[in-house]
Design a protein around this ligand. Structure first.
Ligand SMILES: N[C@@H](CCC(=O)N[C@@H](CS)C(=O)NCC(=O)O)C(=O)O
Length: 203
């Protein structure tokens, strides 16, 4: 399987962590990809031109980190990261909030760093920053659902990747003081070898 990949993407990181935790990483051929470059060839595989995208051996391409993770979760015999029944809905609810946190943070960043300065739209940037912080605050209310044991779910992985990305891209955002419970959980979860190996590179 081929994974369109960048080490700075928190969505790619979800996939890498699941793969490492369940012994599937050897089956992924990593294709370093800049999703913003039309020369990358990504658009041929994924018309939405986003990473991660997973090209299966039968030629189909899966997009969206959560779907890719669910596919990989079906390829191993260990403890599943996607539980069944009502637990599944709650895990996907929290996964969506974590992904939404990053999506909002990226929108704010694009506004500030990629849009020509004369077109900068302050209200839009503020709106997305509010969403990013709102998602963190909301997930603080779910702190008791997170684990540092081996029974973690995709929601734990998504939140860890999202908070890691906030630290990486917004080092001045002091989210820990208002959200002490998930801050404490994040510190412990970050010690997992899969988290350590996938820390986004500086720069
Ligand atoms: N909801 C998607 C989000 C993927 C995403 O936004 N990836 C970013 C990189 S972190 C990207 O490819 N951006 C390119 C673009 O927005 O055109 C997922 O979960 O995979």
């Amino acid at each position: 399987m081929k994974l369109y990949y960048a080490p700075t993407s928190p969505f790619v990181r979800k996939v890498m962590i699941l793969a490492m935790e369940r012994g599937l990483d050897d089956r992924l051929e990593l294709l370093p990809t800049n999703p913003f470059s039309e020369e990358s060839g990504l658009r041929k595989a994924n018309p939405i031109s986003k990473i991660p995208a997973l090209e299966l051996d039968d030629g189909r391409v899966l997009i969206e980190s959560t779907l890719i993770c669910e596919y990989l979760d079906g390829l191993h015999d260990g403890q599943k990261l996607f539980p069944a029944g009502d637990a599944r809905i709650d895990v996907l609810r929290r996964d969506a909030l974590a992904d939404g946190m990053v999506t909002a943070g990226i929108a704010c960043r694009i506004e500030k760093e990629m849009r020509p300065a004369e077109l900068f739209w302050q209200d839009y940037a503020d709106r997305h920053m509010k969403s990013m912080l709102g998602a963190i605050n909301e997930l603080e209310n779910d702190a008791e659902s997170y684990t540092t044991g081996d029974d973690f779910t995709i929601a734990d992985v998504s939140l860890a990747c999202a908070l890691g990305w906030v630290d990486f891209r917004y080092p001045d955002v002091a989210w820990r003081s208002d959200n002490p419970a998930i801050a404490e959980w994040f510190e412990a979860f970050s010690d997992r070898p899969s988290m350590v190996k996938t820390v986004p590179p500086a720069g």
